[in-house]
Design a protein around this ligand. Structure first.
Ligand SMILES: NC(=O)c1ccc[n+]([C@@H]2O[C@H](COP(=O)([O-])OP(=O)(O)OC[C@H]3O[C@@H](n4cnc5c(N)ncnc54)[C@H](OP(=O)(O)O)[C@@H]3O)[C@@H](O)[C@H]2O)c1
Length: 337
């Protein structure tokens, strides 16, 4: 086994602003032998995520230079000396950005995948993974969306955004409005994804476009973008509206803090509630998420919205493409044919 070669992506330089491919290197090493208590996993699917960008800046908990990056992954056990994992098991773990890894059940969330018949593997890194869990926690806990309420979500055609649309519809939302970065994404949102209205945030001020799409206002905003999106949503929220603040991707590659929102005091005037959502504070909802969604995934009522880039050698391209908005649904990398 050790004669075979594994590959990993290392960060070789800290990005300044938007990352570039020359800050990464593909490094080869022998496929490791499992030590007692570990299992050797061959990765099948990798997740590339916006939060990886923040970790590339280093600091506490950030990525080290010249070491494999971390990321959610699904792999198959090739050999095991961990009594909790058997050869052939499909496992979720966090040793992504590499072709092979040694993992231990229960460490860092490593677990065998549940056997949900009829559910594609991609679902476990998208709508049934951290992405879907974020949307589910934002809607059912943070915003506590009620039947008949109107919702706006930004980065609506991405992983968290599409999951938010599906889950909100199942929870009985009335109007679902999304923003995205291209006309094609807007068409997809109001077409196959069933949004009631959508707009391209490049086409004019977000606040104005949202006011047109939701002339009577909104009850809940799931914020993936921050900045002027957050400002526009504050203007459109009705009294006692809620903001589930999930992310601020418009700021991740920026070299200065955003000017918006300039209307934060409206939070007081309208008795709004703004609350952050961090998925690792909601891992207790994983089973509930699966019970809620699996029947709809099986029936086809809810899709596994993903953009899958083929080949480990394109992992960095997939990551940069996701930051540029090249994905519809969750961006993943498939390692095998
Ligand atoms: N708090 C948590 O625990 C948690 C967990 C998961 C994700 N998140 C956050 O949720 C958000 C979405 O994450 P995701 O994994 O689902 O990624 P994603 O939405 O699938 O991909 C990122 C998307 O962001 C959009 N984008 C990039 N730059 C932008 C900008 N300047 N302004 C507006 N949109 C921009 C792009 O779509 P367009 O073509 O529409 O621009 C891109 O497709 C991110 O902010 C992420 O950090 C938070």
């Amino acid at each position: 086994m050790t004669t075979r070669t594994a590959h990993a992506v290392h960060l070789t330089a800290r990005p300044s602003g938007f990352p570039t491919p020359d800050g990464f290197a593909r490094v080869s090493f022998p496929v490791p032998e499992p030590a007692p208590g570990t299992a050797l996993v061959e990765n099948l699917l990798l997740s590339v995520d916006p939060y990886h960008r923040g970790l590339m800046d280093g600091g506490e908990g950030g990525f080290d230079l010249h070491a494999p990056l971390e990321g959610r992954s699904v792999g198959r056990v090739l050999a095991s000396r961990d009594p909790g994992l058997a050869e052939g098991d499909l496992v979720f773990h966090r040793s992504g950005w590499r072709t092979h890894a040694l993992v231990t059940r229960g460490v860092d969330g490593t677990r065998p995948l549940p056997a949900h018949e009829g559910v594609p593997l991609e679902a476990y890194l998208s709508i049934l993974g951290g992405t879907g869990l974020t949307a589910y926690a934002a809607l059912t806990r943070t915003a506590a969306l009620r039947e008949g309420e109107d919702l706006f979500v930004s980065a609506a055609a991405g992983g968290v955004g599409t999951a938010t649309g599906h889950i909100a519809r199942l929870l009985g939302a009335r109007r679902i409005i999304g923003s995205a970065g291209s006309a094609e994404k807007v068409r997809r949102l109001t077409g196959a994804l069933g949004f009631d209205a959508a707009f391209d945030y490049h086409d004019g001020p977000v606040g104005e476009q949202l006011a047109q799409a939701a002339p009577d206002g909104i009850d809940v905003y799931v914020d993936n973008v921050g900045g002027d999106h957050l400002e526009g949503a504050i203007d459109s929220l009705r009294e006692f509206g809620r903001i589930a603040w999930v992310g601020a991707i418009s700021t991740y590659n920026a070299d200065r803090a955003p000017a918006a929102p300039r209307n934060l005091f409206e939070v007081v005037h309208k008795s709004l509630r703004v609350e952050g959502v961090l998925v690792r504070h909601h891992t207790n909802l994983q089973e509930e998420l699966e019970e809620f969604l699996v029947p709809h995934l099986r029936s086809g009522a809810v899709g596994t919205d993903t953009t899958v880039v083929q080949g480990f050698e394109h992992t960095v391209d997939a990551f940069l493409g996701m930051l540029r908005g090249e994905n519809l649904g969750k961006m993943l990398v498939r390692l095998t044919d």
